[in-house]
Design a protein around this ligand. Sequence first.
Ligand SMILES: Cc1cc2nc3c(=O)[nH]c(=O)nc-3n(C[C@H](O)[C@H](O)[C@H](O)COP(=O)(O)OP(=O)(O)OC[C@H]3O[C@@H](n4cnc5c(N)ncnc54)[C@H](O)[C@@H]3O)c2cc1C
Length: 362
Amino acid sequence: MTKRLLLVGAGHAHIEVLRSMKEKPLHHVNVCLISPSEYFYYSGMVSGYIEGIYSLEEIRVDVKRLAHQAGVHFIRKKASRVYPAFKKLFCQGGAVYPFDMISFDIGAKSQPDQFVSTSDYNHINDPSKQMIEQLKELRQTSHPLVIGGGAAGCEMAFALHAYKNKNKIPGQVRLVSTSSVLDSVSKRNARKLKGIMQSKGIQMWEHERAVTVYDDNIMTSANNKIRHTGVLWLGSPVADPLFETSGIAVDEKGFPFVTDTLQFADYEFIFGVGDCVTLESSPDLDKTGVHAVKQAPILCDNLRRFAAAMELTVYEPQKVGLYILSTGMKKALLIYGPLTSYTKPAWKLKNKIDREYIDKYK
Ligand SMILES: Cc1cc2nc3c(=O)[nH]c(=O)nc-3n(C[C@H](O)[C@H](O)[C@H](O)COP(=O)(O)OP(=O)(O)OC[C@H]3O[C@@H](n4cnc5c(N)ncnc54)[C@H](O)[C@@H]3O)c2cc1C
């Protein structure tokens, strides 16, 4: 009997599932991809786009086309609730989709809900069309403010700075971070990055939280008033409420747990990957695109195995990751364990890796 598989979200792992199905179709399984956007915008290349190095076509994948080539039905909708007991997915607007197996790769949001109405520049964590448009406006302004000192926040601050510099737009890029910048790497590497930001004149407020956001300034937890000409929120990942409102067990931040086989802890027919889930065995794993990319082949394999009632394979997160953070003007800071390199070849390597990655889906 034909089974029905729903892929929810066109994230890093699901575009790999599409590619894999294009090469090797999944027999006796009817596959649908549900996503609010027809494009996947590759976050690794967004800073290069904002700086003016890449074109829009270079940084995005036409998901609808890829789905079509893979024999997968594309549905442009946003999922709002899942009912595991009835094996049904509800989408915004009221559409309901039954399934036998379902996989979530919906990412996370980067802005706490209480601030969503306070800024013009709000968006989900993955770079969407809306975010790209907003960034293009923001880079023209004199004092853009980035909220969030993680890798994405720092990289976007560098990209905005580089664009402004190249186009002689007066002013200064600003960044506020609740922790010290790039606190996920060693103190030594974080200091190095901070030094690069200071040398470029990017103004930073560390260990300060944005408390209130107004049209032209924010107030921080240290009672600082920071003026801005637009805010870009790239704070800690915030979970989609979909799982919690569906009665699924979630961690204290609202992310559902998955096992090493990438199945939901309580429902073996629900898979989850990337930023939208927490790995039970490594709950402190950073939410970055790298993990979604590494989980992708395991997910592809396990969806096939589950459909054929075979034993599943296990995902093991890498111990030491390679981080290459673009700092603008085709230079990057490469961090690999204790090794660092702040050079143009580091950027060239990032460019090569990113181009090879996205070309697989073109
Ligand atoms: C500007 C920026 C730069 C970044 N740079 C890097 C970097 O250089 N390296 C790195 O590793 N990480 C980077 N990140 C973080 C990275 O983008 C995320 O960690 C990554 O996108 C997570 O991948 P994912 O596959 O989990 O989901 P995503 O790639 O976020 O994809 C989620 C998909 O789900 C869809 N979706 C969302 N909600 C729903 C719903 N309810 N129903 C259906 N579909 C839905 C979205 O439209 C999207 O298609 C950056 C983030 C930003 C914002």
